[in-house]
Design a protein around this ligand. Sequence first.
Ligand SMILES: C[S@@+](CC[C@H](N)C(=O)[O-])C[C@H]1O[C@@H](n2cnc3c(N)ncnc32)[C@H](O)[C@@H]1O
Length: 323
Amino acid sequence: MIATTEPIVGSITDFAAEVRAGLNQPGQKTLPSKYLYDALGSALFDAITLLPEYGLTRAEERILRRHAAEIVSHVPRPALVSELGSGNGRKTRWILSQLCVREPLSYYPIEISRAALASCESELSDIDAVSIVGVEREYLDGLREVDSLRSEGSHLLLLFLGSTIGNFDRGADARFLTEVRRFLRPGDSLLLGADLMKPLDRMIVAYDDPLGVTAAFNLNLLARINRELDANFNLRQFEHVARFNHGTNSIEMHIRSKQRQTVNIKRMDWSVRLEEGETIWTEGCHKHTHESIAELAEASGFKQKAQWQDEEWPFAETLLLAS
Ligand SMILES: C[S@@+](CC[C@H](N)C(=O)[O-])C[C@H]1O[C@@H](n2cnc3c(N)ncnc32)[C@H](O)[C@@H]1O
């Protein structure tokens, strides 16, 4: 069975306000990474996960395929599963098919991208014993809704895969997981996927592939502003940049202006000036160590129960208990 809750994800006014706040900032201009995921952005992200340079998704899939039975053995019954930013949900199949052997269950993918949610629902629809209820919301709003729908005594397994936690700045990640923790009850758990530090050249090329798919994914954010806010960004006058910030252990994705230019955003009746070489920071992808995962878990009120790692592409899947 597939159902979807009534969508109430951010309006065009929220989008305009956040674009303006980010581009109007003194110093480094920014745009929120959540806006990378419109229908085209979600399709480009799926293409990224197939790139030979982007080993992250395949690493996590290997971990889940090999260890799903052991992972679910830690989850008390009756259980329900929810997922923050499910994307197409392909990797989640391993967990759901193990858990539903015990009894039928409900799965609540929480997504800001309607297109990603639709592909998740169709990707997993063949697992008969799983009822899928898509939640088109931002993470915490979605979790609040899932919490309101769950029955007394059920145990929640919350998935946060794909190293999406790395998109939060240091400090903001612990604050976010602390908020997540507030919705969890004793017996609930969080399965957290985190990409680990690896040699610099491997990390950089994963976000700057020679085919240019990641560049298209990044530049699509400007194209989205053109489409939805009637702006006139000339995409040929911008380029994708991926660089490593050694201070924060993060890959940073930026969009660099190739020349001095002024862009009009008609729907906001506003224009923004960019200097030659100036960048707009669109996404951070923090890389972890075992120690930083343990610190993050502790800072946000979780207890580490177990951890699995892929050796081919250093990546850690950690099961955290709501302590
Ligand atoms: C890096 S992708 C990971 C997708 C998938 N979990 C995976 O492992 O391949 C992040 C996903 O989170 C969703 N997302 C980003 N920001 C969000 C937010 N604030 N609330 C809900 N979903 C969000 C995006 O639409 C995207 O599908």
